[in-house]
Design a protein around this ligand. Sequence first.
Ligand SMILES: [Zn+2]
Length: 88
Amino acid sequence: MYCGTALGLDLATLDHVYPLSRGGTHDPGNLVAACQTCNQLKGAMLPNEFFARHPWAGANFMRYARAVHRNFKRGARRAVSLACAHAA
Ligand SMILES: [Zn+2]
């Protein structure tokens, strides 16, 4: 999801896009597959904080979101534009 590495089920982890500690839920719309490295890197950051720090993750996230459903894409776009505003 974030670095674009192909993952087997043995390596994939479930990441909460909005961390539970920051008000995120277990809703499937808030869960993405991420490798352990990205999951740890992201930690308890909000997606926009994570993307501001690691723009490559935002780029892959958008690429992925474009391939899934519209609601998710809207949320992804908001997170990425927040990240850009944050970085500017
Ligand atoms: Zn990764």
